[in-house]
Design a protein around this ligand. Sequence first.
Ligand code: EPZ
Length: 424
Amino acid sequence: MDKLLIRGGRSLQGEVLVSGAKNAALPELCAALLTAEPVTLLNVPQLQDVSTMLKLIRNMGVAAERADDGTVHINASALSTPEAPYELVKTMRASVLALGPLLARFGEATVSLPGGCAIGSRPVDQHIKGLAAMGAEIVVEHGYMIAKLPAGWKRLKGARITTDMVTVTGTENFLMAAALAEGETVLENAAQEPEISDLAEMLIAMGAKIEGHGTSRIRIQGVDKLHGCTHRVVADRIEAGTFLCAVAATGGNVLLRHGRADHLDAVIEKLREAGATVQAMDGGVRVQSAGGATLKAQGFRTTEYPGFPTDMQAQFMALNCIAQGTATVTETIFENRFMHVNELVRLGAKIQTDGKVAVIEGTPRLSGATVMATDLRASASLVIAGLVADGETVVDRIYHLDRGYDCMEAKLRGIGADIERLKA
Ligand code: EPZ
């Protein structure tokens, strides 16, 4: 397995390009299944999860070609097998996003249950509840969700859907299913993440009738057919937020080209309260800091967008490890998203956890060590800590990092970090 070797202590200067958002590209690749016409996605990030999703849709008989410049051409006219098999779904739970489009366009879908993942059980019961409200008959057998329309039905029927909790991919599945359903669908407690709005914009470009995306109430009027489109994937706010935390921790002055400050209000607010300077520029976000040890640690609770994102919890915790004072972090979304804590402690961090709460006591120095990545955002947290730790840090199992970050070590080296990939 590849590792990253980091020699800490460098400040970061210069400019870095923010890639397209993983959590927008994944649903948008599935949205292409809703039409038999060609779809072009621009600014698709080069990520392991994107490769997995391309494999998944090609496995269905979809033509999908990815160019080096991030352009992906998809043609689902010859889709022959509306299935998402376990061997692919078990590596990426976002495969569940095939369920809504397949049901909407073909009236049937066989999608493996994702199984759990490192950060929690990650059930999909709400996806099933919402699609069933639209008429789908979904049974779970041998680890698969087998979905079809009732006898005689040609399409799903619009419905009012209120889920037990806000669900990002659940909202995305319902959006895609409702786009081709008969009549109106209203999502009463929809997720409001920017990736939802980006997916809605793509669906509208395909001819869908959607309003209210970006708020908690989305209305969709189903149409008979959707046509092809060309859509540019929105910039990745979590990648941008990760780099903001890295520069705040190491010290320096970096422009994140294409970064959207308006998608990172909660994180930027906390960075400013810590003492970093963050400015929205046209075409990006600039962050300046004298280094983590000069900043004040910030407590926060993760909540749904527009609150502090759970996907930024581990990265900001790494910053709190070397900032001044003590901070309390509460993870309200996932039940097991503190696996980076024990690895940060190996680097000298002072952290106590109790269930969903972690208390971090800032210490002026961390010391390099070998640590192990356990999940995607935990990996990013360990890289940030390694960038500030004295001496060498080796981050093992960085296949977790490769799932969601596009050439992170190359981007960090480009702004002055001493970091290299040790090939297995
Ligand atoms: C999306 O996951 C993101 N993934 C996650 O990003 C992100 O952490 C999460 O939203 C929360 O923002 C993608 O968009 C591909 P949820 P998702 O459904 O949709 C519970 C990353 O690092 N729930 O919003 O799977 C669930 O267990 C990844 O990029 C049910 O109980 O998350 C969780 O506690 C990690 N039943 C809460 O709701 C359901 O049917 C929110 O989950 C669905 C969800």
